[in-house]
Ligand binder design. Structure first.
Ligand SMILES: Cc1ncc(C[n+]2csc(CCOP(=O)(O)OP(=O)(O)O)c2C)c(N)n1
Ligand code: SF4
Length: 547
């Protein structure tokens, strides 16, 4: 079935443009774990899932999301998997191996990087993962390209039989522009659906070696495709060369304005790098500026270990651009025209306000009780995790000492407990526990490490916009007991000022126990009810409209 949508223009976030591109490409399944700035990709698909018959359910973590997408691809249908950049660290195992199995139905991985760390614990650049796995990466500059390239990525994935990555960044993901949609194209299952091609899908070493040889063999074709791609455009004019990739292409266009035509310009929207086009640019120019948001991925390859003889390469590595953080038009202006004054920025008299837990947040009550219960210990170790409760580091709580990566608190607490430290108390949210705390608790219970694990069950994945949590309430208790935690040392409390004294007493008791204790602090985030009401109203409106 096709449906003509060519006249439509929608004001989409970059995330929504990606999502709509996938829907219109005949998507059958969307898989994701929330993470800023990628969350709205899945949420857009989820809103339209019933209309298009798409399977869209949040996954337990990014690894599972990737595996679900790979399973759907194996079964011959198109699948999208989306995540924030650090999510790909979690999904790296199936991701790397899927480059060897290849795909059946188109498989597109969208990763939203966060240069400048607006809401992340690091600033990694997914283009390196593309290079690492030897998979192509599309990098849109605009919302329209986010739509177009995601659609194209599905076709390309099926053409080369490999997963294709779409890399976006925060600025694109979270800004809006008009997007013209193409036709919706329904996809039939691939003719070779359910391929029982065990040489390909069973990665025992003898098969994997052949598959890796195949992956290496097709690299030349992919580079050739990248060189001919309309998303990699070269124009040779003056002796000053510019390479601009992804959203940095917008900044270069804005800064150069009418002077754009006076510079040799290579715009990059698809990787692996188009080696032939780069060679032409280098031969034609003396000085090459590289503008790319993220790490100096292109710049480093261009320079190699020893630099380009007789050519000056300007970018993050030589100090023409800051070594880290987001690019923007001012930074590009400063690099290209060092003496030129920058446009005046309107004064911002608002004092910067650090983020805080909401008033009445249940996490605040858990932290007050933990701090009081450990106050007399000479050196309590308070390990924590990623979620709203990471804000427990701030005054007035000062209730956590570590936040490293999702799920780290329980493993780190086990390590600290094995060093002889006491008391060791860790706090972890219900969603983070389901994401990657479970295996660490399994081991802590098996060895009965002397530590106290506090699972903050607020009935939501609050930090990323109050999504549903997969493991709360009674299911959470069953899971904890099922992992082998002693029922005697597993308790549920309500973190609320009215229970403060009894909660402090329970924490004290369990901290004294020289084995593993788990305390589930259960009280919903104060925004859960509003969210549920909003959702019920939206569902009622859809039902009314379709009656
Ligand atoms: C690997 C990875 N995936 C996703 C995220 C984004 N993220 C940060 S915290 C969080 C979940 C928080 O939920 P929960 O642990 O229940 O705590 P709450 O915010 O509800 O207090 C997510 C998805 C991340 N930082 N790292
Ligand atoms: S959103 Fe919910 S969990 Fe997060 S700080 Fe506010 S009340 Fe607490």
């Amino acid at each position: 079935m096709t449906q003509d949508c060519t006249m439509q223009a929608d004001l989409f976030l970059g995330d929504e443009a990606v999502a709509q591109g996938a829907i219109d490409a005949g998507l059958v399944g969307a898989f994701a774990y929330p993470g800023t700035p990628s969350t709205e990709i899945f949420e857009h698909i989820e809103r339209h899932a019933a209309e298009y018959g798409i399977a869209a359910r949040w996954s337990a973590n990014e690894k599972v999301a990737y595996e679900e997408a790979l399973g759907m691809s194996y079964a011959g249908r198109r699948a999208l998997v989306s995540m924030k950049h650090v999510g790909l660290n979690v999904a790296a195992d199936p991701f790397m191996s899927s480059a060897l199995t290849g795909v059946n139905g188109g498989l597109v991985l969208v990763v939203a990087d966060d240069p400048g760390m607006h809401s992340s614990q690091n600033e990694q650049d997914t283009r390196f993962y593309g290079d690492f796995a030897k998979l192509p990466v599309f990098e849109p500059a605009t919302q329209q390209e986010a739509y177009d390239l995601t659609r194209e990525a599905f076709d390309y994935s099926e053409k080369i039989g490999l997963p294709v990555i779409v890399r976006i960044v925060t600025r694109l993901a979270h800004s809006r522009a008009d997007v013209r949609r193409g036709d919706f194209v329904e996809q039939r299952p691939r003719p070779d659906a359910v391929p029982h091609d065990t040489d390909r899908w069973v990665l025992v070493p003898s098969h994997a070696r052949k598959r890796y040889a195949h992956l290496l063999e097709v690299q030349e074709d992919i580079v050739e495709d990248a060189s001919r791609s309309p998303h990699n455009r070269l124009r040779l004019v003056g002796p000053r060369g510019i390479i601009a990739a992804g959203v940095a292409r917008n900044y270069v266009r804005e800064v150069l304005g009418d002077e754009l035509g006076e510079h040799s310009l290579l715009e990059i929207g698809m990787y692996p790098l188009p080696v032939g086009l780069i060679r032409e640019l280098v031969d034609h120019t003396d000085e090459i500026y590289v503008f790319e948001d993220g790490y100096p991925f292109i710049e480093r390859q261009l320079k190699g270990l020893l630099g380009l003889k007789g050519k000056a390469v300007r970018g993050r590595l030589d100090g023409a651009l800051p070594p880290a953080g987001e690019l923007n038009p001012d930074i590009v202006t400063h690099a290209l025209y060092p003496g030129r004054p920058l446009p005046a920025v309107p004064r911002d008299d608002l004092n910067a306000r650090p983020p805080q837990l909401c008033r009445g947040c249940p996490h605040g009550d858990s932290f007050r009780a933990i701090v009081e219960a450990t106050a007399d210990a000479p050196a309590p170790l308070l390990l924590s995790d990623i979620g709203c409760y990471s804000l427990g580091v701030m005054a007035p709580y000062r209730a956590i000492h570590t936040v490293v990566d999702m799920g780290a608190s329980i493993g780190m607490a086990s390590g600290a407990a094995q060093s002889g430290a006491h008391p060791v108390v860790c706090t972890i949210g219900d969603s983070t526990f389901a994401h990657s705390g479970l295996p660490a608790l399994l081991a802590a219970a098996y060895y009965d490490h002397p530590m106290t694990v506090v699972i903050l069950d607020n009935s939501a994945v609050a930090m990323t916009g109050i999504q549903d949590s997969l493991l709360g309430g009674d299911r959470l208790i069953q899971a904890v007991l099922g992992l082998g935690v002693s029922p005697e040392h597993c308790h549920v409390i309500e973190p609320h000022p009215k229970h403060h004294v009894e909660n402090v007493a329970l924490f004290r008791r369990e901290i004294e126990h020289r084995g593993l204790s788990v305390i589930i602090a259960r009280r919903p985030c104060i925004h859960v009810n509003a969210k549920l009401k909003k959702r019920a109203a939206a569902e009622a409106a859809i039902e009314e409209a379709t009656r």
